[in-house]
Design a binder for this molecule. Structure first.
Ligand code: SF4
Length: 197
């Protein structure tokens, strides 16, 4: 058995969005930009300049690396804030709040790292949506923690085995930059044809 690999926090987000997409990106090394990924990259490039400052009673630090040896997690934060001795992560996203919970998982994973690095319990985080300029509170509750830990384990297994999860056509495929590579409907049809033989 190989040692468990460290998982990029961003891979959890991809896995929660679509396991097949996560495999394409982190096992097969595929990545293709579309309008959404380019907007996201521009936003993160703006945010990812290491800086530290105090804004009134809030301490802020941007673009630092987060790590957890317990969960074998690593990733770069957009923004970490501390107020009244309480730390919390803030993740920047383009657009509006989506229908999926993958962004909440990413914030929770950052909180798990931050807990290990600071020795403090993290009860909340935020997602900042660039389109609306609003922050959405993410409660780091037991349910979200369990979901994040299960996703970490699933991604670790994906990296260890390299086993490709099936491409399944869902509404999420509409915004996926890898649609042209994946062609989930065509893959399903070929699979059904093979089963019928
Ligand atoms: S097109 Fe759909 S099934 Fe294929 S990688 Fe993207 S989200 Fe996943």
């Amino acid at each position: 058995m190989h040692d468990l690999e460290y998982v990029f926090i961003a891979a959890l987000n991809q896995y929660a969005y679509c396991p097949h997409r996560c495999w394409l990106m982190f096992c097969a090394g595929e990545f293709i930009d579309n309008q959404y990924t380019i907007e996201g990259t521009i936003l993160h490039d703006r945010v990812h300049t290491v800086s530290e400052e105090n804004r009134e009673s809030t301490w802020q630090i941007r673009a630092i690396w987060l790590k957890s040896d317990t969960y074998k997690l690593i990733g770069k934060s957009d923004l970490i804030e501390a107020e009244n001795g309480e730390f919390y992560p803030v993740e920047y996203k383009r657009g509006r709040k989506g229908e999926w919970d993958n962004d909440e998982l990413q914030v929770c994973a950052q909180a798990l790292c931050l807990e290990e690095m600071t020795g403090k319990t993290i009860n909340s985080g935020y997602i900042y949506y660039a389109h609306s300029h609003q922050r959405q509170l993410v409660e780091i509750n037991q349910e979200l923690r369990q979901s994040a830990i299960a996703t970490i384990e699933a991604v670790q297994m994906l990296l260890l085995t390299g086993t490709m999860p099936k491409a399944v056509k869902t509404k999420r495929c509409d915004g996926c930059s890898l649609y042209g590579r994946c062609l989930p409907q065509a893959t399903e049809k070929v699979g059904r044809y093979q089963e019928a033989l």
